[in-house]
Structure formats: structure tokens, C-alpha cells
Design a protein around this ligand. Structure first.
Ligand code: DX5
Ligand code: ZN
Length: 225
């Protein structure tokens, strides 16, 4: 199974974004957290900034929309050429329609679940998505503690994926570090977002390599991609 490491630029230096993006050439995607100070109590950046990040990044963008009005805004991120656009299940009435619209624009579609959001009602629609993001902290801030109690949701998704032979990527985001990445991998995650663990390290390149190795070591070899 392929493991993906997506550093989150929420932990980058915002006034040295070009420099920090330049450190991420060995990552699979750059994870870009868009926050509106409404869906979450924090504010980052919007389309204009993401357009420049897209033009500057050495690897494709994995955009995580923590905004309320996704039906309006998500398609604009796909239009910019962002490789992957993930929106939250809690703020969409028709997640399948939005996923289909994003895919029709050529982007990967992702569905994100906050820690308290059950996965059960979404299991039947995972085939409509390229990625499901199980939040392992309350969305809004970097540097929080990994929530172990989100792991049963990941397990359910991994079972659904295996049973139906799906290729959907299972992403975790929040508190992922050398101490926790193995736990998430053991529960079926294959795509790992890490902010503080990457940008807080002495060597960003080495941190990405170490996380990749740990995730691979803890991945069940029999699981399909
Ligand atoms: C939090 C964001 C994360 C954040 C993770 O709401 O979605 O992407 O950057 O940061 P760490 O890895 O420091 O927990
Ligand atoms: Zn995120």
C-alpha cells in the first residue's frame, strides 16, 4: 500500500511561504488549510493566496476547506487547479452532488469528518470520493493532541474499503507525529497530514522521510491500495 505524507503549511512561516514550500519537494501533496473564522474559530487564507501557493508549490495541493459555504467556494479551488479539494460533511446538504461537481472539474474530491461526526451514514457514499479525511483533532489549530477515540471510525472506513475493493484514500489530520502515525496506519490510514511535526523538526526533509518510514512499517501489507 502506498503511503502519502502531506505536510500542512498551517505550521509554515506565512511571510516566508515561498521558502517553506521549497522545503516540501519530497512530500506527496502540500496540505492547505482554508479557514473562515466561522466553521472554525480561526482564519487563514482564501482563493487569492491559494492561487499563489498553487503556482509556487513543488508538489500538488491537498486543500482542506474548513469553511461554511462550501457549495459556493469549493468549485473555485478546483478551478484553480488544486489536485484535491476536501470539504466537511457537517456543512453540506448534498455531499455527493458536490463531489461529482469537483470530479467533473478534474479535482479529487474529499469528504472530511470532525471528531464527533459519526461515519455510519457516509459509508455508503465513500465510492463517490477520492479521499475521506478523519479529523484526529478538533479542526482549527495546529499543534493539538491526537485523539485516539477517532480510530474506530477509521477502522470502519478501512473495512468498507476492503470489502468493496475501493481505492479511496483514508486521510488523518491533527496531532500526527512520530508517536502517533503508526497508530493511524494500523487502523487503515494511508494519507497523513502533519504540520507541527514537519515544520517543528530540525530538518523538514528528514521529518517527512521518518514519518513515511514509520507509516509504511505500520501498514498492513495485505490491505489494498
Ligand atoms: C487543523 C488543521 C491541520 C493542522 C494540523 O485544523 O486541519 O491540518 O495543520 O496540525 P498538526 O499536525 O500540528 O496537528
Ligand atoms: Zn487540515
Amino acid at each position: 500500500m502506498t503511503v502519502r505524507i502531506n505536510p500542512s503549511i498551517l505550521s509554515a512561516d506565512f511571510v516566508n511561504m515561498e521558502r517553506d514550500l521549497g522545503l516540501l519537494g519530497s512530500a506527496d501533496f502540500v496540505h492547505v488549510d482554508v479557514m473562515d473564522n466561522h466553521f472554525v474559530p480561526n482564519l487563514t487564507f482564501g482563493l487569492q493566496m491559494v492561487e499563489r501557493i498553487q503556482a509556487t508549490s513543488p508538489v500538488p495541493l491537498d486543500v482542506h476547506l474548513m469553511i461554511t459555504d462550501v457549495d459556493k467556494w469549493a468549485p473555485y479551488y478546483a478551478e484553480l487547479g488544486c489536485a484535491s479539494v476536501t470539504f466537511h460533511a457537517e456543512v453540506t446538504n448534498d455531499p455527493v452532488a458536490l463531489a461529482r461537481a469537483l470530479r467533473a472539474q478534474g479535482a479529487k474530491a474529499g469528504l472530511a469528518l470532525k471528531p464527533q461526526t459519526p461515519v455510519d451514514q457516509y459509508l455508503s457514499i465513500v465510492s463517490e470520493f477520492d479521499q475521506v479525511l478523519v479529523m484526529t483533532v478538533e479542526p482549527g489549530f495546529g499543534g493539538q493532541k491526537f485523539m485516539h477515540d477517532t480510530m474506530p471510525k477509521l477502522r470502519l472506513l478501512a473495512q468498507e474499503k476492503a470489502q468493496r475493493g475501493l481505492t479511496v484514500w483514508l486521510q488523518v489530520d491533527g496531532g500526527i507525529s512520530a508517536d502517533t502515525i503508526g497508530i493511524a496506519a494500523e487502523h487503515g490510514a494511508d494519507t497523513f497530514v502533519a504540520g507541527s511535526a514537519v515544520f517543528g523538526a530540525e530538518s523538514v526533509h528528514q521529518a517527512i522521510a521518518d514519518l513515511r518510514q514509520l507509516a509504511t512499517e505500520h501498514t498492513h501489507p495485505h490491505e489494498s491500495r
